[in-house]
Structure formats: structure tokens, C-alpha cells
Write a protein that binds this ligand. Structure first.
Ligand code: HPA
Length: 280
């Protein structure tokens, strides 16, 4: 991808949204598509109409940008994201992030569904991501560096914004007693992990595991965005059985059932988080 490719997509979006200038971008993970109902003056843009945008293929994942206001704040949200396991290259997976940057957006909220590795976690917990592991994956920044976005060797020392993450944690706490924070480990999927992999990830320091978010966060950091991430713990990871998560064999339906149960709380949390950007 070249700068021009990202520019074409951002010009197309600018043209569609007119004078709206979104302050924050949100990537909506499983279940969070319900946020759509809460937009004022909603403009939807299908991914397939945006030059250069990949198109989402997983069932249950929509493929549209939502632009409008929530609680008076202009936002842009991805209803459906791109995953490496779908067959996209990492520059396709992260394409929208750089497009958001060209739209003038500096704040991004990444949300996802994840498996719990930390034994103190329960299904339905909301974990603010305070760091990430991606030992086993290629970097989305591999290849020619686009200097217009950022430096060749970007620091990942403070990937997730500490102050905003703390605020998000407090917001979760006011809605539910299920606030957690921890480290998100990225696995490429699409198969779930083996119990041995989960034990190994726990030793490495992971609290949760999932198949998204990490490439997006790296690209967002590269171009200087402020990042906050939150995982809905939809299941306990492979090999872990607890009172409330008895599934012996992981399935997508367990993940989507929990995401469905938590989605309204998750949505309220996200809406309150958005309010932090009011007048900002
Ligand atoms: N593993 C990987 N990705 C996931 C999981 C999991 O257990 N749950 C939701 N997304």
C-alpha cells in the first residue's frame, strides 16, 4: 500500500460525511454492533464502496463504517473489522486505521471478544487492555516504511494510553463489578488455541487471548494515535473450566452467546467513554 491508496479512501469518506469531523474512531468487536442504534444523524458507508477497503467475510461481522454523533460527540465506528485469519494481508487488516489518521483522528478505541487466561477472570468480564503480546505473528509494519505515517522503528513502550485506560476502567466499574485489566495475547487463528498454548501464554504473562486488535494497535501507535483497548471475556480459554464457563470444547457460539449477553452493558460503557471527548 502507498500513501495514495489511503488518501483515496479518506477523500471518499470526507466527501460522504461533509462537515462532520469525527474525534474518535471505534472498532466494534463481536456484539458491539448494537452501538449503531445510538447514533444521531447516522451516515453509513459500505466497505465495498470505499476505494481500497477490504470487505468483511465472517458471518456476524457487518461491513460498514458508521459516522455520526453519540452524546454530542462526532465519531466514526467500524461495524465489522478485518482479521488475518480471513485471508487478508496485515496491510489490509490495518488499512482503516491509517485512513482514520488521514481523516484527522487521533484517538482510537479498540474493542474485541477474548478468551480469559487469568484464572481470576469470569465470562462477561470487561478487561481494559494495558499491554499486548504478539510474539507469534508478523508485524503489520513489515516492508517499506511509510515515513508520512511514522518512523521505521516505533516504540511500543506505552502502547495503550494510561490516563484514558484508567478512566475507562472506572467507567466499567460504575456499570458492573466486572472491570478487569490485563495483557492481551494475539494469536492468528482461526483455530482456537490448544490448552498447551494457553498454559504457555499464561507463563508468558497473558491475561486474555484473541485474534484481532494487536495489528491495529501497532499501526495506530506507529502513526501517533492515542489508543485504548477493551476485551469482553466471552469464554475461558482452551483447557480452562470454571463454574460459570463449563464448555470443554470452545465454539464460536459460546463466544457469540456471551458477547450477546454483555453487549448492552458494553455499549453503555462505550457511550460513557465517548462522553469524555465532549467539548474536546
Ligand atoms: N481464543 C482466541 N480468540 C478468541 C477467544 C479465544 O478463546 N475467545 C474470543 N476470541
Amino acid at each position: 500500500m502507498e500513501l495514495e491508496d489511503y488518501k483515496k479512501a479518506s477523500d471518499y469518506i470526507k466527501n460522504k460525511i461533509g462537515s462532520l469531523s469525527p474525534k474518535i474512531a471505534i472498532v466494534l468487536g463481536s456484539g458491539l454492533g448494537v452501538l449503531r442504534e445510538d447514533f444521531e444523524d447516522l451516515i453509513t458507508i459500505n466497505y465495498k464502496d470505499i476505494p481500497g477497503f477490504p470487505v468483511s467475510t465472517v458471518s456476524g461481522h457487518a461491513g460498514e463504517l458508521l459516522v455520526g454523533k453519540i452524546s454530542g460527540v462526532s465519531i466514526i465506528a467500524m461495524n465489522g473489522r478485518f482479521h488475518y485469519y480471513e485471508g487478508y494481508n496485515l496491510d489490509e487488516v490495518t488499512f482503516p486505521i491509517r485512513v482514520f489518521k488521514l481523516l484527522g483522528i487521533n484517538d482510537i478505541l479498540l474493542t474485541n471478544a477474548a478468551g480469559g487466561i487469568n484464572l481470576d477472570f469470569k465470562c462477561g468480564d470487561l478487561m481494559v487492555i494495558n499491554d499486548q503480546l504478539s510474539f507469534f505473528a508478523l508485524s503489520p509494519l513489515r516492508g517499506k516504511n511509510l515515513d508520512e505515517f511514522g518512523t521505521r522503528f516505533p516504540s511500543m513502550s506505552q502502547l495503550y494510553d494510561v490516563d484514558l485506560s484508567k478512566k475507562l476502567f472506572d467507567i466499567i466499574n460504575t456499570h458492573t463489578n466486572r472491570a478487569k485489566s490485563g495483557i492481551y495475547a494475539y494469536m492468528k487463528g482461526p483455530s482456537y488455541e490448544t490448552p498447551a498454548e494457553i498454559r504457555a501464554l499464561r507463563v508468558l504473562g497473558a491475561d486474555a487471548v484473541g485474534m484481532s486488535t494487536v495489528p491495529e494497535a501497532i499501526v495506530a501507535k506507529h502513526c501517533g494515535m492515542r489508543i485504548v483497548g477493551v476485551s469482553c471475556i466471552t469464554n475461558m480459554a482452551a483447557g480452562i473450566t470454571t463454574e460459570d464457563c463449563k464448555a470443554k470444547d470452545l465454539s464460536h457460539s459460546e463466544v457469540s452467546d456471551t458477547a450477546d449477553k454483555v453487549k448492552f452493558i458494553f455499549k453503555d460503557v462505550v457511550k460513557e467513554y465517548i462522553q469524555l471527548f465532549n467539548g474536546y
